[in-house]
Design a protein around this ligand. Sequence first.
Ligand code: NDP
Ligand code: PYC
Length: 336
Amino acid sequence: MAETETLTLDEVRSLTQAALKASGANQANADAVADVVTRAERDGCASHGVFRVPGYCTALKAGAAKGDAAPKVERRAPGVVFVDGDKGLAPLPMALGRPMLAQVAREQGIAAMAIRNSAHFAALWPDVEPLAQQGLLAMSFVNSRAFVAPAGGRKPLYGTNPMSFACPRAGGHAPMVWDQASSAAARGEIMIAARDGHSVPEGFGLGPDGEPTTDPNKVLEGVQLAFGGYKGAAIALMVEILAAGLSGGELSYEADEQYTGHGGPTHNGHLVIAMDPDAFGADTFLERVESLFERILDDGDARLPGDRRLANRARIPKEGAVLPAKLVAEVRGLAA
Ligand code: NDP
Ligand code: PYC
């Protein structure tokens, strides 16, 4: 078992800000990234919290992400918000565009926000949860570098292409939010298995020889597989088109062609869709959602997606985030 160190969430935030600023981020960009990193640690998401800070820093230092990026938000059509991320990291354009997206969704009933020139390295639930906290339904899609083969293929073409969905709830409950890669596993999970010397389940990927393997290092050198065979691959394809196609951002294979080996995120595309349930005239929407959830929770061990995260959220702010000591030392080194 690797040695660990426990940080408070305030320490996670300030250490992340310091590492990013020392790597070239201005205050606004460092704050926005530190916010998503801290949210990930608060909810127990090891693959997209402090683990990603070295990658953000190497992308900044390599000039692959601008530390002083100043995203521009505009309304391109009655229901379309467009954000140019100015070749920076994704959290700032996402945070700056969200208020206009929410406002347009309220005006129109439905609205979409496309973002390009912005490098996403985070979990997706922080993109959509704030919208559901305001009573909106929301979905988010993002692509990445090419890691995943199309159905029947053996070469990386799609990103791990996650999507998330957030639904507001009645009765003071936190929104229900699910968030999942379209690959059998997020790449971050496979990287952590490789770091910690664990094998991965069969079906996560193929080695460089094109053969199935449970060795995470071989999967990382080879190709990841979509979840559920051709069905997950179809979702990965949809995410490429929605996220990169509509925004004009790089498709995953294009991002891969431009990638210079810095180890951080690449500029791709994002799409966030927000819907106002009131505009659809379903005035019992929240009650009906609750009865659906009750039926799920009444059935054996079934739970709502996101409930594990919310349980972590109740615990980790009190107990702190338990991190590999080596990772904390690396990030302290970056911050020094
Ligand atoms: P998981 O497979 O761990 O979880 C996917 C979803 O399923 C979660 O909402 C989870 O809720 C839910 N879930 C898990 N088990 C159950 C269950 N038994 N019953 C009901 N719901 C369940 O996520 P992934 O490994 O696919 O992704 C991990 C993270 O990586 C995500 O946050 C994703 O956004 C991020 N990612 C980011 C990428 C990027 O390009 N920026 C690329 C790919 C992934 P819960 O959390 O409560 O367990
Ligand atoms: O975990 O698959 C992943 C991932 C890709 C880009 C950021 N996270």
